[in-house]
Design a protein around this ligand. Sequence first.
Ligand code: IPM
Ligand code: MG
Length: 376
Amino acid sequence: MNTYNIALLPGDGIGEEVCMEAVKVLRRIEEKYAVEFKITGGLIGGAAWPEFGNHFPNETKALVEKSDAVLFGSVGGPVNAQFEPQWKDCEKNSILAIRKFIGASINLRPAPIFKELAHFCPLRSDIIGDESFEILVIRELSGGIYFGEHSRPDANTALDTSSYDRPTIEKIAKFSFQAAQNRNKTLHSIDKANVLETSRLWREVFETEAKNWPEVQFHNLYVDNAVQQLVKWPKQFDVIACPNLFGDIISDLTSVFPGSLGMLGSASFGSKIETGLQTETSDMRPVSKFIHLYEPSGGSAPDLEGKNVANPIAQIYSAAMMLRHSFEMHEAADSIEAAVLKTIQTGFRTGDIYAEGQDETKLSCSEMGDKICEYL
Ligand code: IPM
Ligand code: MG
């Protein structure tokens, strides 16, 4: 039987309650498949502050290093408390820091658009259509303006630098073409090559890689045109590859199509990192491994905290992505996605996707978790 160590970092707000539903689903998977999940909880974000005075304490780093994968909830505090030490820079210090810690470089942000929920999509019904579809945003996570130098050379000047190197772009280009090849064989790469030098290199690398994928319909799009196209005709897109900052923005745009942020899971793939020394044999070789991180795309929604009303589907999808990408458990991941689809099709809804007078059953967060387990 395979055993996997999972670091569970629920974080703040609704993180705890939605993570509990994902754990329920993982326990159900253990009953169905020959697998054991050793799930260990840790503190991150504002939740870590009272005990450690730090948003990503060393204790949590040690837990992450010992784990095969990280299931992350969400971090951040109420808007009106952002100046308090517990919440100031909380997202930056926890989510950006943990991505850096695992060497996260490729980020998958799928936006599943269910025809059953199309009335929640802010686009006109003739644009969103009456068929279900999914757009997958693949965001580069390790480079660009996020990780360049940020400074204030003097009181009236601010500086953010952006850089990309060829190997970093090659890595995401290969991954994105492979994803497109496995799906609808359409790939859009987003850049601003009419202005930015990093984008010119990005485009050059993607065009070179395109030659290895003759079956994939490949398109370059400037980011400003891409946002227009996405709103006017989203169905022309399937896989979209973006540099870090554009991926941040584009994935927020696509995140509104499913009708609720509560429907979007995500995966961030780590790079090989050294996590200690091999102690079982005498040669003390360094141990290195990949640790991937899975988190919902939505925020911590402090106003919903403790009310048992949040939608746990994003967290459950993230857990399914963990099974697929970290543990190669494709059948189990498929079965979770099928169970979610069935709950939607049979009219079960949390408040964010519930419409009055539609022959739907409104469920709490924990009831939604139970229903998905029942269908599993
Ligand atoms: C995201 C978020 C983060 C980012 C913030 C919280 C730093 O917006 O995951 O998209 O910009 O990457
Ligand atoms: Mg964002």
